[in-house]
Design a protein around this ligand. Structure first.
Ligand code: XIL
Length: 319
């Protein structure tokens, strides 16, 4: 039987996974399966700011470099994740802003430098970058992040311009959650991106994370949502798919999970602009869900013992 990447080949859609680099180093079953099943990888944490610049001016790409080497060895694309985000920032940065030792002008320089240094380091090795992550609230207003507070809404356009300079070949994505379907949040992202494009800002992709829960219904018109971004010139992608369940899982919830994966994958396969379908980890063994959503879990395609679940069969069938 064929692996996911073998099945995906003729579709033109890359099938990817987030990679936990400590599992990659310590768990041979994990690294073998990730290489066999996927032709795109995303570092789950090791390209985030707190990891790559733990102290001001000291960059550390050790872990991320290992991920890139692994991807090269297995002919996988790399999705870079993520450059501008409100979360997982180094303490020196957040405390410096708080105590005023980093003022607005300095912060803008720091952000520009961060993008140039990180993208420069990986130049040519990254297929697509999540340049800006999670900038919107659910109601469509901009998130009141450190970036918005200090730099104003222009930080988004600036980030894309700086990113394009740093690595002109990488596909530059805006990425967010709860934007799979058509709703207030994706409407706002669409409006802003359309505006930015008309001003020549190089936003080139719209990524929807795809963190679903069986406690909620499926997103609304996901294919149509992708299509409107395609019409303004963007690629689209599912970047972090998982479907969590409140435990213990009932048969109906397992079925709903299969449907969640299937719906997101089919929406991508049916929409020509969609270039990749990435899951946020492939085994329940290392899932971020139980740590962040207590009482929920079993969100991935394989169980903790690397047995493929019915969600895996659903993906296999749809590819
Ligand atoms: C998560 C990781 O999976 C965790 O290991 C980490 O502790 C927190 O971040 N949206 C994103 C991802 O864009 O970067 C997040 O990843 C999950 C939600």
């Amino acid at each position: 039987t064929k692996t996911l990447k073998q099945l995906a080949k003729p579709t033109g859609v890359r099938v990817g996974t987030a990679i936990d680099t400590s599992a990659l180093a310590s768990d041979a079953t994990y690294s073998t399966a990730a290489a066999a099943q996927f032709d795109s990888v995303t570092p789950e944490n090791v390209m985030k700011w707190e990891v790559v610049e733990p102290e001001r001016g000291r960059f550390d790409f050790t872990e991320a470099d290992k991920l890139v080497a692994y991807a090269k060895a297995h002919k996988q694309k790399v999705r870079g994740h993520t450059l501008v985000w409100h979360s997982q920032l180094p303490a020196w940065l957040t405390s410096g802003v708080e105590d005023g030792s980093i003022d607005k002008k300095a912060l803008k320089k720091i952000l520009k430098q961060h993008i140039a240094t990180e993208m420069g380091h990986f130049k040519g090795d990254i297929w697509a970058w999540d340049v800006v992550n999670e900038a919107f609230n659910e109601d469509g207003t901009l998130r009141d992040s450190l970036w918005l507070q200090q730099l104003g809404p222009d930080y988004i356009a600036d980030a894309f311009r700086w990113a394009h300079k740093a690595d002109p070949k990488a596909i530059l994505f805006y990425n967010d959650y709860n934007t799979e379907g058509i709703n207030a949040k994706s409407d706002a992202a669409y409006k802003l991106i359309k505006e930015l494009r008309s001003e020549g800002v190089p936003v080139q992709g719209f990524g929807v994370q795809g963190h679903l829960s069986t406690d909620y219904g499926l997103p609304n018109d996901m294919q149509a949502n992708f299509h409107r971004f395609a019409k303004v010139g963007l690629k689209t992608a599912v970047t972090e798919a998982d479907v969590r369940i409140t435990l213990p899982a009932s048969p109906a919830e397992v079925q709903a999970q299969d449907n969640g994966y299937s719906y997101m994958l089919q929406s991508c396969l049916l929409e020509r602009s969609c270039i990749s379908f990435t899951v946020w980890g492939f085994t329940d063994k290392y899932s971020w869900i139980p740590g962040v959503f207590p009482g929920e879990g079993q969100a991935n395609l394989y169980d903790e013992d690397y047995q493929p679940k019915s969600a895996y069969a659903a993906v296999q069938r749809d590819l």
